[in-house]
Structures are given as C-alpha cells and as structure tokens.
Design a binder for this molecule. Structure first.
Ligand code: ATP
Ligand code: MG
Length: 137
C-alpha cells in the first residue's frame, strides 16, 4: 500500500466541508492513517510551498494557507498518490471532472479546497514535514 499527503485547505475548513471531503477519500479506497487540525505559520507555509516561491501566485498562496486552520492527513491505499489526484480533480476547478472534490467544492484555482502530493518523493517529504512516524497509525 502507498501513502500520500493531503491538506484540506482553509477555504474548505471554513465552509464546514471536512467531513464531506474525508468521505470522498474513504469512499474511494483511501484510509486516513494520520490526521490533525493545525493553523499553519507563515514559516511553515513558505517552507511547504518553497518549490513555488518564484511563481507569481506564491504570496497569495501563502496568505490563503495561513488565513485559518487546515486539516493535514496521511492517506493510505492502493496507488494512493495517483488515486488522490484523481479524487481531487484538476487544479483549476473549471477544468475538474464531475464528482471530484474540486469540481464540487473549490472556489477558484487558488482556493481549490485540497492539496495532494504529486509523486512518491514529494509524498515522503511532505509527510515528514508535518508528521512523526509514531503519529501514523
Ligand atoms: P496542490 O499542489 O495544491 O495539490 P496542484 O499540484 O494541482 O495543487 P500546483 O501547480 O502544485 O497545483 O500549485 C499549487 C497550488 O498553488 C494550487 O493548488 C493552487 O492553490 C495554487 N495555484 C496554482 N496555480 C495558481 C494560479 N495560476 N493562480 C493562483 N493560485 C494558483
Ligand atoms: Mg502540486
């Protein structure tokens, strides 16, 4: 079984969508094996999104991620990384398929409700960024 890292972003937490989003994961074969609600610091958000620091939307992205709490999770399942990306849908909700989280819940390309790791190496790094081994059960 593979593991991936997920964030339920501030826009979704504010709109009381935590349960509906976790239901999507569980209905599609992804089991939460670690979870916590946190309010990210600016340092955490900038570190987490460091790969995007030269992008024009970086400041906006960091501001959105620290505006209010998020839920961080480790999801486990068969092909969890790719499966999670499928369940999330396209980055821009205008391009997201029917039934995906972003199609149903996202507000815009910036406030797009969820984050999910894009590859095995980033999944490992992102899990380590927020969780210790003993928090994964
Ligand atoms: P994520 O990494 O959050 O799972 P992603 O891999 O689909 O999403 P990335 O290209 O990695 O998308 O961008 C990271 C995040 O930056 C996006 O989820 C979105 O919130 C924000 N973002 C990306 N492109 C734009 C844009 N053009 N304008 C505003 N925000 C953007
Ligand atoms: Mg990404």
């Amino acid at each position: 079984l593979e593991r991936t890292f997920s964030i339920i972003k501030p826009d979704a937490v504010r709109r009381n969508l935590i349960g509906k989003i976790i239901a999507k994961f569980e209905e599609n074969g992804l089991r939460p094996v670690a979870m916590k609600k946190i309010h990210m610091t600016r340092e955490q958000a900038e570190g987490f999104y460091a790969v995007h620091k030269e992008r024009p939307f970086f400041t906006e992205l960091v501001e959105q991620m620290i505006a209010s709490p998020v839920v961080v999770q480790v999801l486990e399942g068969e092909n969890a990384i790719a499966r999670n990306r499928e369940i999330m849908g396209a980055t821009n909700p205008a391009n997201a398929d029917e039934g995906t989280i972003r199609k149903e819940f996202a507000l815009s390309v910036g406030e797009n409700s969820v984050h999910g790791s894009d590859a095995p190496e980033t999944a490992r790094e992102e899990i380590k960024f927020f969780f210790t081994d003993d928090e994964i059960v």
